[in-house]
Design a protein around this ligand. Structure first.
Ligand SMILES: Cc1ncc(C[n+]2csc(CCOP(=O)(O)OP(=O)(O)O)c2C)c(N)n1
Ligand code: SF4
Ligand SMILES: [Mg+2]
Length: 316
């Protein structure tokens, strides 16, 4: 019989307040399976504050600090300092914030936490807009997407700016570990959570979280759509350990991005030339990732080569 690699323990309970098909709910469920009960979560204002803890109930079997929208990074630095002062060595300190709370208002607190080298895990669950307040665009909303603040009527093109490269921003801080995760690939997801759990230092997980009402797709299609996000190259899966990048899911060739885009109402207005523009960008980013992976691998196989800056600093 094949080995079961997804832990059976459940730390997220039924009766929570997420929409049907919520990718963010699945992300939390899988995350806590990998981290276990000795976990303290800091959750800022976002869908997850509503999903988890409508007073006086909770849907989570771990301690939760409800923090201010902009403060996740600072709050986990404080939680770690408190845990250290109490001599609590075996707890996972985890920030769990949305894309708005991370890429926009919480960016400086995240940067500070990474710079201080706080021994904690920062999770950004990315549903690519401010969903809790009614689908406003965030820095992580992709180019061309409809949101209530990037309309598509009267010739407006959807979001005119590109999606913010959060992994690039985080990697510039030389974290101990950083990875992209997708709940549609649960085995890869769990392996990365467990790897992050066992590393000391600042760690960052970027999780794709499909959102049926915000992206306008059938809630039965969350897993299938998530798979398309990775298999088209729109959300590639990779990890960076001690400065070395490894792509963790490769298929023979990428599927066309149109398969992913046309499955969602938020991209319905895109013209063939818009889709081609997205396709060109995705292909270029994918090639860059593979190139960095090759370079990192060849450096690893050359014993005399200097370690990348991330590894040198992370080891201190
Ligand atoms: C300082 C501050 N500004 C605005 C808000 C209102 N607010 C609450 S949740 C939210 C959107 C959060 O978006 P995101 O972080 O992407 O999480 P999501 O709702 O998509 O899960 C906003 C704007 C707030 N709580 N605090
Ligand atoms: S709006 Fe989206 S992210 Fe928020 S609970 Fe519903 S499905 Fe989940
Ligand atoms: Mg969001």
């Amino acid at each position: 019989m094949a080995k079961l690699t997804i832990p059976a323990q459940e730390l997220m309970y039924p009766g929570h307040a997420a929409c049907p098909g919520c990718g963010a709910a699945l992300a939390m469920r899988l995350l806590l399976k990998g981290l276990g009960p000795r976990t303290i979560l800091s959750i800022p204002a976002c869908c997850w504050t509503v999903i988890a803890t409508p007073y006086p109930t909770t849907a989570l079997g771990v301690a939760v600090l409800d923090s201010a929208f902009e403060a996740t990074g600072a709050s986990i630095s404080g939680l770690r300092a408190g845990a250290d002062a109490l001599g609590l060595k075996d707890v996972n300190i985890v920030g769990f914030a949305g894309d708005g709370g991370t890429a926009d208002i919480g960016l400086q607190a995240l940067s500070g936490m990474l710079e201080r080298r706080t021994n904690a895990i920062y999770v950004m669950y990315d549903n690519e807009a401010y969903m809790n307040t009614g689908i406003q665009r965030s820095g992580a909303t992709p180019w061309g997407a409809w949101t209530t603040t990037t309309p598509t009527v009267h010739g407006h093109p959807g979001k005119p700016e590109l999606k913010k490269d959060m992994m690039g921003i985080v990697l510039a801080h030389r974290p101990a570990y950083a990875a992209t995760l997708n709940p549609s690939f649960a085995e890869d997801f769990e392996r990365k959570v467990e790897r992050a759990r066992d590393i000391v230092g600042p760690r960052f997980l970027h999780i794709l979280a499909p959102c049926p009402p915000g992206w306008k797709f059938d809630s039965a299609q969350t897993i299938a759509l998530g798979r398309l996000a990775t298999d088209t190259g729109i959300f590639p899966l990779y990890e960076v350990v001690e400065g070395r990048l490894r792509v963790t899911r490769k298929t023979g060739s990428l599927k066309p991005v149109s398969e992913y885009l046309t499955a969602q109402g938020r991209f319905r207005h895109l013209k063939p030339e818009d889709i081609e523009r997205i396709q060109v960008g995705v292909r270029a980013t994918w090639e860059e990732l593979l190139k960095r992976e090759r370079e990192d691998l060849s450096r690893a196989m050359t014993p005399s080569a200097p370690a990348p800056a991330e590894a040198t600093l992370a080891a201190k």
